[in-house]
Design a protein around this ligand. Structure first.
Ligand SMILES: [Zn+2]
Length: 378
């Protein structure tokens, strides 16, 4: 199909965040960086989509069921062959229409900005509730029990709202460093029910939103936020005994690391040794997680933070910092541990088990974030 633009000057828009054809919704809005510094973007329309030049307020209509290449160029941006000033917004003509970008469907309005390096930053504007429809299937799973999904909805909503900051270009990123979000491809009725039935509910402690961390499996005791990242600890993030994730497939793990790789790592941390003599747990926190590991070489010993070791050897293979055993084996060491993830906040496998045993979502949240109140966001 020939790529065409139909120019429709509709109205000037001075407030890009509130310019979705005049729709102002009451739910808090969030700006999600869905791509940063992309060389280009493939845009597919399934219905009428408007392109808004933010500074001029001019609107253009993109053809239905068409494909456009977007990249930095000319005076700002090129959409197909049309030159536009940066930034632009893509506006769905109504709530039922969607935009497909790089294979993912997005329901919100999309802001595209050319960076000084002539790359593209792409930011989606949507309500927090719509954002959660996309987060839940990726951060949990659409086929999990409803009460677990509802607990996840409240935790994810709280976590997201904590990062809303108008002084930045966007509020959250879309990767594992915050919450995984790839648009609304995987929405189903259970996800919608989990989000809608908890609409606006958040976790607060002493009147403030908590940073509602969560992870796959705690291995029997959740971690303190202080042990994990050195942050000031508050009661809801202090760590609790968790009897609910014992049957999780992530409850135990083992990993082999060669003595050579461990020695190289010790050297990168300041050891001058040339031969590794032993590796052992040095100090544990109250959850049983070793805070540091002792590397002894032919020239003395050094202690290294367990989180740094996990970072070096990979958080997929080195599943947690809850190391329960370090054994010398032929050519290296075997590490055994429990759980998967940083261990702070809600244990998702435990939440799933609690839901399977009939516990309602509020009880799940009170177990993993003790002392936090479940309140309406305002
Ligand atoms: Zn657990």
């Amino acid at each position: 199909m020939k790529r065409l633009f139909a120019l429709l000057l509709l109205f000037p828009c001075a407030a890009p965040g509130r310019c979705a054809d005049g729709v102002i919704e009451d739910a808090p809005r969030i700006r999600v960086a869905i791509s940063r510094s992309s060389p280009s973007l493939k845009l597919k329309t399934s219905a009428h989509i408007y392109v808004l030049e933010v500074h001029s307020g001019q609107k253009y209509l993109l053809l239905e069921n068409s494909s456009y290449d977007v990249r930095a160029g000319g005076a700002g941006l090129l959409v197909g062959k049309q030159e536009l000033s940066s930034p632009i917004k893509l506006l769905a003509a109504d709530g039922a229409e969607r935009i497909r970008l790089s294979g993912n469907l997005y329901k919100g309005d999309i802001l595209i900005r050319a960076t000084p390096e002539r790359k593209l930053d792409i930011i989606e504007y949507l309500t927090v509730e719509e954002y959660l429809y996309g987060v839940l299937p990726d951060e949990m799973s659409a086929d999990w029990p409803l009460e677990a999904l509802k607990a996840q909805a409240v935790a994810s909503r709280t976590y997201a709202l904590k990062f809303i900051d108008p002084s930045h270009d966007y509020d959250v990123t879309n990767g594992v460093e915050m919450q995984v979000y790839n648009g609304t491809n995987k929405i189903n009725s259970r996800i919608i029910e989990a989000v809608n039935s908890t609409r606006g509910e958040v976790l607060k402690y002493k009147g403030k939103l908590i940073t509602a961390f969560f992870h796959a499996c705690c291995g029997g005791h959740t971690a303190s936020v202080n042990s994990a990242w050195g942050e000031d600890v508050i009661k809801p993030l202090y760590g609790v005994v968790d009897p609910f994730c014992k049957s999780s497939k992530h409850f135990q793990w083992e990993m082999y690391v060669s003595a050579q790789d461990l020695l190289k790592f010790a050297q990168s941390q300041g050891s001058t040794g040339l031969k590794l003599r032993s590796v052992s747990v040095y100090q544990k926190d109250r959850s049983g997680r070793p805070v540091s590991i002792k590397f002894t070489t032919d020239s003395g010993s050094i202690n290294v933070k367990t989180s740094d070791i996990r970072k070096r050897f990979g958080s997929y293979e080195f599943r947690s910092t809850l190391i329960t055993r370090i054994s010398p084996v032929k050519g290296g060491y075997e590490f055994a541990g429990r759980g998967w993830g940083h261990g702070v906040g809600m244990c998702q496998d435990g939440a799933r088990e609690m839901a399977n045993r009939g516990r309602p979502y509020k009880r799940i949240l009170r177990h993993y974030y003790p002392g936090a109140a479940i309140l309406d966001y305002d």
